[in-house]
Design a protein around this ligand. Structure first.
Ligand SMILES: CC(C)(COP(=O)(O)OP(=O)(O)OC[C@H]1O[C@@H](n2cnc3c(N)ncnc32)[C@H](O)[C@@H]1OP(=O)(O)O)[C@@H](O)C(=O)NCCC(=O)NCCS
Length: 190
């Protein structure tokens, strides 16, 4: 059953995020992700739904009604806490600083678009309709919040492009993000 994320499931959600969604947030580690999802519970424009089977989290989806300053709003809730986790990562991965700067200065993060930020299903539960179910719950939530269309950014290299096309998303354009091709899709409420 799809439910809203609560503080009890932060560890499980972070573990799935790290295993299935390679990227800078995952590189910071599960402690960082756990903190990110914990603070996100207090940001009204953000929502995360999870799917459970036998009491175990097997998938998640996160969306926002506005991307504008979103990551800063999350980090602002505990600047020192996030700072110390990022510093811990930078000690072992100093080159990540360039990635962080490029992300922080990326102009796309200051637009007011609604966006689907993450969707991930545990590997052994994929291709069983769970992604579709999670996506439907996000569509419903966006509708409840009077959002008629939302965007999704997907690296070209990810198989998830096939998933988005299959569930009715339309490719808008592609652009270069941190040296990689990123596809932007849009989903419009039927
Ligand atoms: C993308 C993802 C969430 C899909 O979840 P899922 O539970 O496997 O998807 P579903 O089983 O609900 O599939 C829904 C439809 O999409 C299709 N589909 C799923 N993955 C696909 C793929 N890689 N390529 C093409 N079609 C795909 C399914 O065949 C199904 O179509 P059907 O209903 O006509 O049979 C999952 O593969 C995943 O977690 N991937 C890793 C994380 C990731 O890349 N997330 C996206 C980051 S932007």
């Amino acid at each position: 059953m799809v439910t809203k994320l609560t503080s009890q499931d932060l560890k499980a959600v972070s573990a799935i995020h790290q295993a299935e969604l390679p990227g800078i947030l995952s590189e910071f580690g599960t402690e960082f992700l756990e903190k990110f999802y914990r603070e996100s519970l207090h940001i009204p424009e953000l929502f995360t739904f999870i799917e459970k089977e036998d009491e175990q989290v097997i998938g998640l989806i996160t969306g926002t009604t506005s991307l504008d300053g979103l990551y800063f709003k999350v980090v602002k809730r505990d600047i020192l806490g996030f700072f110390s986790l990022i510093m811990k990562h930078l000690i072992t991965h100093p080159a990540s600083i360039f990635k962080i700067i490029r992300i922080l200065t990326y102009p796309g993060f200051s637009n007011k678009d609604s966006e689907l930020l993450t969707i991930a299903v545990s590997r052994r539960y994929q291709k069983r309709g769970i992604g579709r179910k999670l996506f439907a719950s996000a569509v419903k939530e966006f509708k409840k919040r009077k959002i008629i269309h939302f965007k999704i950014g997907v690296y070209e290299r990810l198989k998830a492009n096939g998933f988005y096309r299959k569930i009715g998303c339309r490719k808008l354009h592609t652009f270069n993000f941190l040296g990689e091709q990123m596809n932007y899709y849009v989903y419009r409420q039927p």
